[in-house]
Design a binder for this molecule. Structure first.
Ligand code: CP
Ligand code: NVA
Length: 305
């Protein structure tokens, strides 16, 4: 594994190995056992969008692995003033051992990997959020003790998080049902790739516009903001269209009685999810946030080790 850009590029075994390593790091951290696998290595973290979890978990994770992380806001580096991805990739490859990037265009991340000579980790693009989906698989595994044969329902916007969950669930054998409004359905190529992966893993992919159909009998229910970073101007229109897709107590009750609730955060209570669900006993959203740290340490140790 050279880069970590899309879960679709990984085999199911590679994903399972990352999850195993993340579980090991998590256990060792709690027991005070050091694992400085990236001693002396440096990660550059380019951010063209805001972040709480990604920024903090990568920086802390790199420290715990014995390395060093530099925060590079795109407002402050020349990339934000029009320096090319090619020149940025070439230059940063002379200083760093790896780059994590959060940006808009997915092709910019692919270009950074193509033009540079060091591993590139995708910290979110308009298209994908693979670090999030990896942490989500870890969280589901911890709560359910297995993955193959479970059903995850994603309700809301067919966005970057939905796309990476499609890839991840299909690869590891989780049935995934995605319910979105007609105007905001998932990228067709991603759905096709997920269906192909599901065929190999023996799972199913259901794409629907009916939230109840998706949630019915689910082991895990997932939603995300209706207004992703970069879509702020569409806020009012989106809220109108997405209201019937709110994950509230009534919708959550259609899932299995022991179903867990997931959200990548940041969450907007009263919009995509109601308080009773996200602050209720079956919500695991802060386990997910914590697991970003452990999952990304596994990614960094694998691609930069
Ligand atoms: N879930 C997630 O990526 O959060 P941040 O935007 O805070 O990094
Ligand atoms: N879909 C959201 C995820 C934030 C972590 C966004 O792209 O803004």
């Amino acid at each position: 594994m050279k880069h970590f850009i899309s879960l679709n590029d990984l085999t199911s075994t590679e994903i399972e190995n990352l999850l195993k390593l993340a579980l090991r790091f998590k256990k060792e951290l709690k027991e005070g056992i050091p694992h400085k696998m990236l001693q002396g290595k440096t990660l550059g973290m380019i951010f063209s969008k805001s972040s709480t979890r990604t920024r903090v978990s990568f920086e802390v994770g790199m420290y715990q692995l014995g390395g060093y992380a530099l925060f590079l806001s795109s407002n402050d580096i020349q990339l934000g003033r029009g320096e090319s991805i090619y020149d940025t990739a070439q230059t940063l490859s002379r200083y760093l051992d790896g780059i994590m990037i959060r940006t808009y265009k997915h092709s910019d991340v692919e270009d950074l990997a193509r033009y540079g000579s060091i591993p590139v980790i995708n910290g979110l693009t308009d298209l994908l959020h693979p670090c999030q989906a990896l942490a989500d698989l870890l969280t589901i595994y911890e709560h359910k003790k297995y993955l193959k044969g479970l059903k995850l329902a994603y309700v809301g916007d067919g966005n970057n998080v939905a796309h990476s969950l499609l890839h991840g669930c299909a690869k590891v054998g989780i049935d995934i049902a995605v319910a979105t409004p007609k105007e905001y359905m998932c990228n067709e190529e991603i759905v096709e790739n997920a269906k192909a992966a599901a065929k190999s893993s023996g799972s199913r992919v259901l794409i629907t516009n009916d939230p109840e159909e998706a949630v019915s009998n689910a082991d895990a229910v997932y939603t995300d903001t209706w207004v992703s970073m970069g879509q702020e101007a569409e806020r009012e229109e989106r809220i109108k269209v997405f209201m019937p897709y709110q994950v509230n107590g009534a919708l959550f009750s259609k899932a299995k009685p022991d179903a867990i609730f997931l959200h990548c955060l940041p969450a907007y209570r009263g919009y995509e999810v109601t308080e009773d669900v996200i602050d209720g006993p079956r919500s695991v959203v802060f386990d997910e946030a914590e697991n970003r740290l452990h999952a990304q340490k596994a990614v960094m140790a694998t691609v930069m080790g």
